[in-house]
Design a binder for this molecule. Sequence first.
Ligand code: MF3
Ligand code: CO
Length: 289
Amino acid sequence: KSLALSLPDKQKERVEELRLRVMHPLTVLTLEGELNAAPDGRASLVTAEDLEQMREACRMTRDVLNLMEERIKPGMTTKELDGIAFRFIKGMGAEPSFLGYYGYPASICASVDDMIIHGIPSEDIVIKEGQIVSIDVGVYYNGFHGDAARTFPVGEVSPEKRKLVDVTRECFFCAVNALGEGVPLGDIGHAVQAHAEENGFSVVREYVGHGVGRDMHEDPAVPNFGKRGTGIRLRRGMTIAIEPMINMGTHKIRLLPDGWGVKTQDGMPSAHYENTVAITEDGVEILTL
Ligand code: MF3
Ligand code: CO
């Protein structure tokens, strides 16, 4: 199940390399960083009843993040946060979506400062005042996944970091304002990219948002960059995770030797903000807020 099959030979090697680190397994970037999104027909659609079920997993996801916000303190480790999330999710009778996903060893991703995403919680990573910590979590319940992330400033942070966190959240809402039935995904990416770059920041190219529902990662891929009028069009019943990953400096990334953690190449901070949303007959519903 790989889009690499339909690509010209010269790109296959690069695609194979990227395949290993792209969040959505079916997403393929060309050499130019343009996206070959999966065809429209492969996105699964939810019914009104499905959505009713899925709302619960999404509310739980939101509750985990609220708990993380309440509990995060200087001096604690990211491993402790992971334990709190794990017990809370299990306590609700739900499952942590990330645990065991392609071998991922935890229930949350905890990404500090220059870690963009997929920071593996560790007892060696002690959270300090002045840092920004991105927490990403997925909850599986009722046969559906919710997926969401926030970046939390710890204590007093620099005005630059504060602005990065605020702009990243705003980027998500720029995407929401552009969302609607029939809207091409390029418009969504464009809205996110424009807001980030107007503020002097950059958007990560190698990792993207995605469809989410019965599986955590489904079609379509939802990039945070793009040209208006390009890509597949949103349809009623699509449930997607929109997740701007915004860097203060270069957009370029570095994959850590653990095969998960993704850092900025220049060591400058990065922020992440994600919600699961549904395209409905009434417009848009943000399920994890
Ligand atoms: N939650 C991430 C996303 O937004 C995926 C995390 S990968 C995992 O798509 F392995 F940690 F689960
Ligand atoms: Co996601």
